[in-house]
Ligand binder design. Structure first.
Ligand SMILES: *Cc1c(COP(=O)(O)O)cnc(C)c1O
Length: 397
């Protein structure tokens, strides 16, 4: 997945353009910047590559998810349905707005279980937020139809799935609004950064203002700008955007390399009948950033995970025992450990987590290994790795 593996001359050139004039900010300073508008250029490139009307860059993927919820009007006491397998940022973004994350089970797609989503809708539900974990998506058509029926927003956290598609549509652009992360370990990186994409012009205008303190960006005198509503500072810097610009232009190449490496590993592991692969919904194409497998049970998965580590097969995650990505280890959320008082709505709204079990998700996450696909492997290295993985797994079965 990580674009940082292929950082080179193209990235350096874009960054040097910015260093040459020293304008590190994306707005203003027109006379000093020698026509360099890296953030603006990157937004245009995102629009082109993802065939969307609008793209708004921000300072991180977490900011992007927060903002996509904010512009959809999600706020105090609203409920947002999300999966119990994701990165912690997904619920942080919801809590930032005073809203309540409603965590539901995942299925063998490793994303939202549609039936569980239906059961979780209440009068307070405002949005459904699928998270396209490890490069693949939920059944978005089913989710869209639930959203249409119940008048909810469909907000995609596509931070881990840039370059994947569903029914021919780029992930992130299927719902009302979608988010990408360009942090250092994502498929393409800005160092730190993120983006929100949408075809909804009203939401896009809100994103433009919200990410820059609510400034309306009219005219050429920043101090004279008005504020139609309150905002925040979620701006990206020109330096970060410059790196992203070079990286985004290489996205198709990156996906091509990932696909090639993924396919070699997958074909080797397909020879072992006990291994199942993650289900990709009909019409979905992964971005090949991870190969996700299911082993027969939790014990075998733990043994394989340990042996992989000991025998040099790095980058395979057993999220069941991991503190970042799965509900089982999110004590800080379950016990609502905050630095500051939270509203009664939120503390009451999260009480369900004290008793709720996620057995179905335990069943899938317990047996899942998620293997990162690197860009820098040579073909010989991938073949060797495939062989090693197959040998270890066979030994543990
Ligand atoms: C990385 C990630 C984020 C947050 O992105 P940052 O840029 O690190 O803030 C949000 N959601 C998911 C699923 C992620 O993987």
């Amino acid at each position: 997945m990580p674009g940082f593996e292929l950082f080179g001359a193209l990235e350096r050139k874009e960054v040097n353009d910015v260093l040459d004039n020293g304008v590190l900010m994306r707005y203003g300073f027109d006379g000093m910047r020698n026509g360099h508008w890296k953030a603006r250029e990157l937004e245009l490139e995102l629009q082109k590559q993802f065939r969307v009307k609008h793209a708004q860059l921000v300072s991180s993927g977490t900011a992007a998810v927060s903002m996509s919820l904010a512009i959809a009007g999600v706020g105090a006491g609203d409920e947002v349905i999300m999966p119990c397998f994701t990165f912690v940022a997904s619920f942080e973004a919801i809590l930032m707005l005073g809203a309540i994350p409603i965590l539901v089970d995942i299925d063998d797609t490793l994303t939202l279980d549609i039936e569980e989503v239906k059961k979780s809708i209440s009068l307070k539900t405002k949005a459904i937020m699928p998270v396209h974990m490890c490069g693949s998506m939920a059944n978005l058509q089913a989710l869209k139809s639930i959203c249409d029926t119940n008048n909810l927003f469909l907000i995609e956290d596509a931070c881990q799935a840039i370059g994947g598609t569903y029914q021919g549509i780029p992930l992130g652009s299927y719902g009302d609004v979608g988010s990408f992360s360009f942090d250092f370990v994502k498929t393409i990186t800005c160092g730190e950064g993120g983006a929100v994409i949408t075809n909804n012009s009203k939401l896009a205008l809100c994103a433009d203002h919200f990410s820059d303190h609510g400034h309306d960006h009219q005219g050429h005198d920043r101090g004279a700008e008005l504020h139609p509503f309150l905002g925040y500072n979620f701006r990206i810097s020109e330096l970060n955007a410059a790196v992203g610009l070079a990286q985004l232009r290489r996205l198709n190449d990156f996906i091509g390399i990932q696909k090639k490496n993924y396919t070699i590993l997958r074909e080797a592991l397909s020879q072992i009948p006990e291994i199942m692969f993650r289900t990709v919904p009909d019409g979905g194409v992964e971005n090949y950033s991870f190969l996700n497998i299911f082993l027969p049970n939790l014990e075998i998965t733990r043994l394989v995970s340990k042996a992989f580590k000991e025998e040099g097969v790095d980058g395979c995650f057993h999220y069941y025992d991991n503190h970042w990505h799965y509900i089982r280890k999110w004590e800080h959320l379950k016990e609502l450990k905050t630095l500051y008082p939270v509203s009664l709505d939120v503390s009451k709204g999260l009480e369900y987590l004290k008793n709720k079990s996620f057995e179905q998700s335990d069943y899938f996450i317990g047996r899942n290994l998620s293997c990162l696909i690197k860009l820098s492997w040579t073909e010989a290295e991938v073949i060797d790795r495939a062989h090693k993985m197959a040998q270890i797994i066979k030994r543990m079965l």
